[in-house]
Design a protein around this ligand. Structure first.
Ligand code: NAD
Length: 340
């Protein structure tokens, strides 16, 4: 198996690469533009493997992408490359349109033309796995049942609208051209190596630095949280066993209000990195809400569980503890490196 992964130097992509190098004998070609969101430290352990190769290019660079297909002849594509931060999509949507929509189109077309050159048995086995988000389903009413794979799309932010557009392109390429695709829509991820702009690492780093912990609005926005290694495992299951043309929702069954997440981070820090006088929770402050902020997302992941036997291994409290422990170790390692 030779997998072309895009965005493999990002938070989730690097977890997938680590998972695949550790648990399979696959060869991995990682196409990544290495934007501000990439972190090659997260790939340190796999970079030495002769089954791993980084190709630092933009998915919008059609000739370069075509060359990758020609040279490496992958059996499958797993597409994670994206602009992924909602706040950035509000202040600067152009990059989201460029990468998430136009870039996905460019990659899809290059994949389709390559796929057409394959002999029949390889053409049947080929997969294009598109990794997407539950945010495409939009805002969920407080008492409504969780999102299923047939929930209509009503994206709210430039980010989720760009991801929704890319999902539509993928499905159209399947329906119109027969490209063998699978789509996954996942809830909020957390875990080691996440970029510091995202909620959980932002709160951990600000708490440890003694800075204010900014909570949007009243902090009652509810999200379903999934530990990143559980997501990596689910993506693997879908790629090898998912039915062509199908969508699978992936979630952690861990629905929490943002303020509860922040309080739990503070409690764990009080235990793992205690301060003499006060609790980290005293740093919590409320700031103006994000425009168009969705109140609730929740995922019904029964389809992937029943069909493919996947379920999350981590509870929210075990995953959050691991994340904070990792963060504390990583921070002290970085401090040691910067002082030597
Ligand atoms: P990330 O921002 O951490 O990483 C994105 C990666 O894509 C980076 O390595 C970046 O360099 C690369 N990239 C960006 N633009 C590129 C381009 N034009 N060409 C090539 N590479 C490019 O993102 P993430 O959090 O790891 O998310 C990965 C995917 O999973 C995204 O598609 C995202 O929409 C989806 N997703 C994320 C979450 C989450 O909670 N983080 C949840 C569900 C789905």
């Amino acid at each position: 198996m030779k997998l072309l992964i895009t965005g493999g130097a990002g938070f989730i992509g690097s977890a997938v690469v680590r998972f695949l190098i550790a648990n399979t004998d696959w060869q991995i070609v990682n196409v990544d533009k290495l934007t501000y969101a990439a972190n090659l430290d997260a790939l340190e352990g796999v970079e030495r493997s002769d089954r791993y190769l980084l190709v630092p290019i933009d998915i919008n660079d059609r000739p370069a992408i075509e060359q990758v297909f020609k040279q490496h002849q992958p059996n499958a594509v797993m597409h994670l490359a994206a602009e992924s931060h909602v706040d950035r999509s509000i202040s600067g949507p152009a990059a989201f349109i460029e990468t998430n929509i136009v870039g996905t189109y460019t990659l899809l077309e290059a994949s389709r033309l390559y796929w057409l050159t394959l002999e029949e048995s390889k053409r049947k086995q080929f997969r294009f796995h598109h990794v997407s988000t539950d945010e495409v389903y939009g805002d969920l009413a407080p008492e409504a049942p969780p999102f299923t794979e047939t929930t209509p799309y009503t994206p709210s932010s430039p980010y989720s609208a760009s991801k929704a557009s890319s999902d539509h392109l993928i499905r159209a390429w399947h329906r119109t051209y027969g490209l063998p695709i699978v789509v996954t829509n996942c809830s909020n991820n957390y875990g080691p190596w996440q970029h510091q702009e995202k909620l959980i690492p932002l709160m951990i780093s600000k708490a440890l630095a003694g800075k204010a912990l900014p909570v949007y609005g009243n902090g009652q926005q509810r999200r379903d949280w999934l530990y990143v290694d559980d997501h990596a495992c689910a993506l693997y299951r879908v790629l090898i066993a998912g039915r062509v043309g199908e969508t699978y929702n992936i979630g952690g069954s861990n629905e929490y209000a943002n303020i509860d997440v922040i309080n739990e981070i503070c409690e764990l820090l009080d235990e793992l990195e205690p301060r003499v006088s006060d609790s980290y929770s005293e740093q919590i402050t409320y700031v103006t809400d994000r425009p168009g902020h969705d109140l609730r997302y929740a995922i019904d992941h029964r389809k992937i569980t029943q069909e493919l036997g996947w379920k999350p291994a981590e509870s929210f409290s075990s995953g959050l503890r691991k994340t904070i422990q990792w963060y504390l170790q990583y921070q002290s390692l970085r401090q040691k490196i910067s002082t030597t």
